[in-house]
Design a protein around this ligand. Structure first.
Ligand code: WTA
Length: 650
């Protein structure tokens, strides 16, 4: 049922434990370990207390309205996220504190104090309004990691328009799908972004995404690389710097209902069509604010750096909203970790004296492979806390991170959550939790999780099963944009009134949670969610392909790699050139992160008698394992011949 049973055995042999360092325990932000029990007894009271740490224009009348699977939190409350992330800090000593420290890949940098951010966000809100954006609209944002990205998000929040940020690594086609689904009238993009010394042609992709029928009426373009000056379309395109030049420097924040949509963010699901995950205002900000404060134990003088791209949920919640709602200094870096050399991250840590670093296991494994020489070039004694997110972290990588980046003194918080959950749900709290490398440890207070078998029974200590969440939480997704039915079907149909995460997990004898990875057709490639169905659709979109099946195989660095088994049409010859062509086809169609690592040609794909492709057997083939149960196959010879062909390659 749950994959990766091999790796859980390895994980459970892990018996090193790391108690919280005394100085953490003494000054932790969270009240005390009794909070777990208090939150269990009165979850609504617990969350209401945390919501009360935000600034509300009007207080709510009801904490939770739970009409499964639809939740409303802080019903009747009114607030504005941009006000909470900016204005309220201006009344305090934070006014001149750095809100965002930004560094571009070429080495340029900029610092925005909270006051600067206020000015820029107000100008951007006025500018967007002049382009016709108003409360309730959706705005597509397709930008590199430049300061205009968080500024644009906060400007949307100020107006009350929902943003839909599309990761800059996505193709024109993917962007088009997302624009059409959200029906955005305005898109914000840039001429290009810097990546590994080159330029990502964002404006070109943006232009290609709006050919033919499109809801986009205006394109606001940030000039970053100077590479698209000839691409501006009269009447449609406006330069960001031109628009902002004469905007007023104040903008009254819209009083939003707690349940008004703050943003949507597309993520891969089990079908080829990405889902627009909807997050609302009050609950989302309560969850991200509280978790940032407690999980990262954020202090007034911390310099906090999350290395994610804002195009993913981690960047939304833990570069922009969580840190800024807390009045923190949030570092943002545009480019790749190996430009100009493999020590770039450590140079940034040293330059800005970062105290907290939050990154992904795939990055840590890459650094491990590059070797200690790179971190050793820099003084990283400013660091006091490390975080990990996006995929299971193997204990070797955990210990390497703790030792070589954290100098053996920084707790490592392994945080489990999803685009859908909005904020961190399973995590250590650095002042109280004894860490076990490889385990995300315990649910955050107020969160009730369980591990269930197929029939919905708790599997109990040591058993593997499906990870579920048993009661609603404030930052949970509210629906899939425009598709309540799919929302219900995807997350709430496996068990009644229980949220199904799509992950497998195990709880050990000490009550520690171990995440085993996805149990559906979603794979985690270098901490990015990829739907195997989406890659399959892109492959069969090529006229030479008859049928395709994709699976994830384990990969030392990326966690999982994409393997495609492809049946080509009869008049087409298999060749290395075709493999290259197909890989490129997928990259162009969806985006480079979805490029298959291996493509295998198959005369036929293994199917059940009812015609369902047996991916489990393909995984066995790709990972060179003995084949599992083949009795349900329509034709067992198919998989035997695939195994003979490819089984011994690894
Ligand atoms: C996986 C990223 C193990 C998991 C925040 C989840 C993790 C998916 C962890 C969500 C972790 C995330 N340990 N697995 N600490 N964090 N995952 O939506 O499979 O991009 O379902 O959100 O990443 O990916 P998403």
């Amino acid at each position: 049922m749950v994959e990766n049973t091999g790796s859980i055995e390895a994980l459970l042999r892990e018996d090193r434990v790391f108690p919280p360092p005394a100085q953490f325990a003494e000054q932790a932000n969270m009240p005390d370990s009794g909070i777990y029990e208090r939150a269990r007894q009165d979850p609504e009271g617990f969350w209401a207390g945390l919501a009360g740490e935000l600034d509300w224009f009007e207080k709510w009348d009801q904490v939770l309205d739970w009409n499964p699977p639809f939740a409303k939190w802080f019903v009747g409350g009114k607030l504005n996220v941009s006000y909470n992330c900016i204005d309220r800090h201006l009344k305090t000593a934070r006014k001149n504190k750095a809100a965002i420290i930004w560094e571009g890949e070429p080495g340029d940098w900029a610092v925005y104090t909270y006051q600067d951010l206020y000015r820029e966000v107000c100008k951007a809100a006025n500018g967007l309004q002049s382009l016709g954006v108003s409360k309730g609209d959706r705005v597509t944002i397709y930008l590199p990691m430049v300061p205009e990205l968080p500024i644009a998000m906060l400007a949307c929040a100020r107006i009350g328009a929902a943003h839909s940020v599309v990761f800059g690594g996505f193709s024109a086609d993917s962007l088009r799908d997302r624009i059409n689904d959200s029906q955005s009238k305005v898109m914000i993009t840039a001429d290009g972004g810097y990546r590994r010394g080159g330029v990502v042609p964002l404006k070109q992709n943006a232009d290609d995404s709006v050919t033919g029928d499109t809801p986009i009426e205006k394109m606001l373009v940030v000039r970053r690389t100077g590479t698209s000056d000839d691409r501006m379309v009269e009447g449609r395109d406006v330069w960001w710097h031109d628009l902002m030049a004469n905007q007023p420097m104040t903008f009254e924040p819209e009083q939003m209902d707690s349940e008004d949509m703050l943003f949507m963010l597309y993520t891969s699901g089990t079908t080829g069509k990405p889902k627009g995950i909807v997050h609302t205002t009050g609950g989302y900000l309560t969850g991200t604010h509280a978790t940032t404060k407690w999980v990262f134990d954020l202090k007034e003088d911390d310099v906090y750096w999350c290395t994610a791209d804002i195009g993913w949920v981690t960047g939304h919640s833990y570069i922009v909203y969580g840190p800024l709602a807390n009045g923190a200094t949030s570092v943002m870096y545009e480019g790749s970790p190996d430009y100009p050399d493999r020590d770039r991250f450590w140079a940034i840590v040293e330059k800005y004296a970062c105290t907290i670093l939050y990154t992904a296991p795939t990055a840590i494994r890459t650094f491990m492979r590059w070797g200690e020489e790179y971190p050793n070039r820099h003084d990283m004694s400013s660091l006091r806390l490390l975080g990990s997110v996006g995929e299971p972290i193997n204990p070797e990588a955990w210990v390497w991170y703790w030792q070589n980046i954290g100098g053996g003194r920084c707790p490592v918080v392994d945080t489990w959550w999803q685009t859908e959950t909005g904020s961190i749900l399973i995590t250590p709290l650095p002042g109280v939790t004894t860490l076990k490398p490889g385990s995300a440890t315990h649910p955050f207070p107020g969160i009730e999780v369980d591990v269930l078998d197929e029939a919905g029974n708790s599997v109990g200590p040591g058993g593997g099963g499906y990870l579920v969440i048993k009661r609603p939480w404030p930052s949970m997704l509210r629906t899939i944009y425009g598709d309540d039915e799919r929302f219900r079907e995807q997350y709430w149909s496996k068990y009644e009134n229980i949220y199904f995460t799509g992950d497998g997990a195990k709880i050990d004898e000490d009550g520690y949670h171990w995440i085993l990875g996805r149990v559906d057709d979603v794979i985690n490639v270098a901490a990015h969610r990829v739907s195997t169905m989406e890659v399959e659709s892109a492959l069969v979109d090529n006229s030479k392909v008859a049928e395709a099946a994709c699976i994830g195989r384990s990969d030392e660095i990326k966690g999982q790699a994409i393997v495609a088994f492809v049946t080509i049409k009869e008049n087409v010859a298999a060749s290395d050139e075709l493999i290259t062509e197909l890989k490129q086809h997928v990259a162009t169609k969806i985006g480079p992160i979805c490029r298959p690592d291996d493509i295998h040609f198959a005369a036929e794909l293994p199917k059940t008698r009812s015609g369902k492709i047996m991916r489990r057997l393909l995984r066995d083939v790709a990972e060179g394992r003995a084949l599992g149960d083949t009795t349900t196959l329509a034709d067992p010879a198919v998989v035997e011949s695939l195994k003979a062909q490819y089984g011994d390659e690894e």
